[in-house]
Design a binder for this molecule. Structure first.
Ligand code: CUA
Length: 328
C-alpha cells in the first residue's frame, strides 16, 4: 500500500459509512450478508442430510428416483433464488429513489459543485460556484463541508474511469463524451480515500483520490485559500526554482495561477503543497518524493504523461523543489 494511504486516514470500507448514501448501502450489504449466511446454513443442513440418509443402504443397481429430485431443483434452483433476488432488488430501488440528484439546486454559499474529470491517471477537480471568479482547480484531493450535500459532475478526458469513495457513496463511472452526476455527503469530519474503480490502463491501481470532509468554517478557509493565486517565492533559492519552472517544459503542462505557467494538460500546481499526496496519491507529498517524481516519474508510474525531467543539476533540482514546496 502506498505510504500516503497510511497515517490518520480512515480505511476504505463500505461497512464504516460516514454519510447517508454509504449508510444506506451498508444497510443493504448487511441484509445481503445475513441472508447469504442463512442460505449457506440451509445448504449445509441439506448436504449433511443427503450425506447421512442412505448410509449403508446404497445400491448402485437400484433404479434412480428422480421425481422428488426435480421438485428440489425447481424450488431450490429457481423459485427460492428468484425470491431472494427480488427481495434484494427492492431495497436497491428504494435507495436509488432516496438519492435523486436533480431535485434541488445546491446552495453555493455553503456547498460547492465539483466538476471531476478522469485522466490517465489522475483526477482533475474544478470547483464551480456560479461566477467565473469563484472557480479554481485542484487535483487528486477534494474538500467538502461536513453535513452538506455536494454535487459532483463526472466526465473523462480519455477512457472510462470510476469514482468510488466507499465510506461516502457508491461508484459512478466517468465516461468520455458523457456527464454523469452524483451527490456525496459526509456527516462527520474525516479523510476518506477513494480509488478509480474501473480498469483504465497501466496505472489504474495508482489513481487514488482523497476526500477531506471539514467543519464548515475550516472548509470555508480552505476554499478561500484555494481561490487565491499562488504564493510568491521569498528566498533566493525559491526565486531561482520559480525561474527554472517557468523556463522549462514544466510550465507547458502545469498551471500555477498568478504566474505565466498556464499548461492545462497536467495537474494544477497552484496550491500543490496543501495536498496530501502527489502522483494521484501514489506518493506522499514530501521533498524526497517530489524530487524523485520530477526526475524518475517513468520509473514510479511507467506510461504516465509525466516525463523524466533530467535537465536539472542537483542544485537546480533542490531550488525547483523548494519553490514547489512553498506553493501552499
Ligand atoms: Cu482510472 Cu482506473
Amino acid at each position: 500500500m502506498p505510504a500516503v494511504l497510511t497515517g490518520h486516514a480512515q480505511a476504505q470500507s463500505t461497512l464504516n459509512p460516514a454519510g447517508p448514501a454509504a449508510r444506506s448501502l451498508s444497510g443493504v450489504s448487511w441484509f445481503v450478508y445475513i441472508l447469504f449466511i442463512v442460505v449457506a446454513i440451509v445448504m449445509w443442513v441439506l448436504i449433511w442430510r443427503m450425506a447421512t440418509r442412505r448410509r449403508g443402504t446404497f445400491d448402485e443397481h437400484a433404479p434412480v428416483d428422480v421425481g422428488g429430485g426435480q421438485s428440489w431443483v425447481l424450488v431450490g434452483g429457481f423459485i427460492i433464488p428468484a425470491i431472494i433476488l427480488a427481495v434484494i432488488f427492492i431495497p436497491g430501488l428504494a435507495i436509488m429513489r432516496r438519492f435523486p440528484i436533480h431535485d434541488q439546486k445546491m446552495n453555493y454559499e455553503t456547498a460547492p459543485e465539483i466538476r471531476l474529470t478522469g485522466h490517465q491517471w489522475w483526477w482533475e477537480a474544478r470547483y464551480v460556484e456560479g461566477s467565473p471568479d469563484m472557480h479554481f482547480a485542484t487535483a487528486n484531493e477534494i474538500h467538502i463541508p461536513v453535513g452538506h450535500p455536494v454535487d459532483i459532475e463526472l466526465s473523462s478526458a480519455d477512457v472510462i474511469h470510476s469514482f468510488w469513495v466507499p465510506n461516502l457513496s457508491g461508484k459512478v463511472d466517468l465516461i468520455p463524451g458523457q456527464v454523469n452526476r452524483m451527490r456525496i455527503e459526509a456527516d462527520r469530519p474525516g479523510v476518506y480515500y477513494g480509488k478509480c474503480a474501473e480498469y483504465c490502463g497501466a496505472q489504474h491501481a495508482h489513481m487514488m483520490i482523497v476526500v477531506v470532509a471539514q467543519p464548515e468554517g475550516e472548509y470555508a478557509a480552505w476554499r478561500a485559500h484555494q481561490l487565491e493565486s499562488a504564493s510568491a517565492p521569498s528566498t533566493a533559492q525559491e526565486v531561482r526554482g520559480q525561474e527554472l519552472f517557468l523556463s522549462s517544459p514544466c510550465s507547458l503542462c502545469h498551471m500555477i495561477r498568478g504566474t505565466p505557467a498556464g499548461g492545462a494538460v497536467a495537474p494544477d500546481l497552484t496550491h500543490l503543497a496543501s495536498r496530501r499526496g502527489i502522483a494521484a496519491n501514489a506518493l506522499e507529498n514530501d521533498k524526497a518524493n517530489i524530487s524523485a517524481w520530477v526526475t524518475h516519474a517513468q520509473a514510479l508510474k511507467p506510461a504516465s504523461m509525466m516525463p523524466n525531467v533530467t535537465q536539472f543539476s542537483g542544485d537546480e533540482l533542490q531550488a525547483l523543489v523548494a519553490y514547489l514546496q512553498q506553493l501552499r
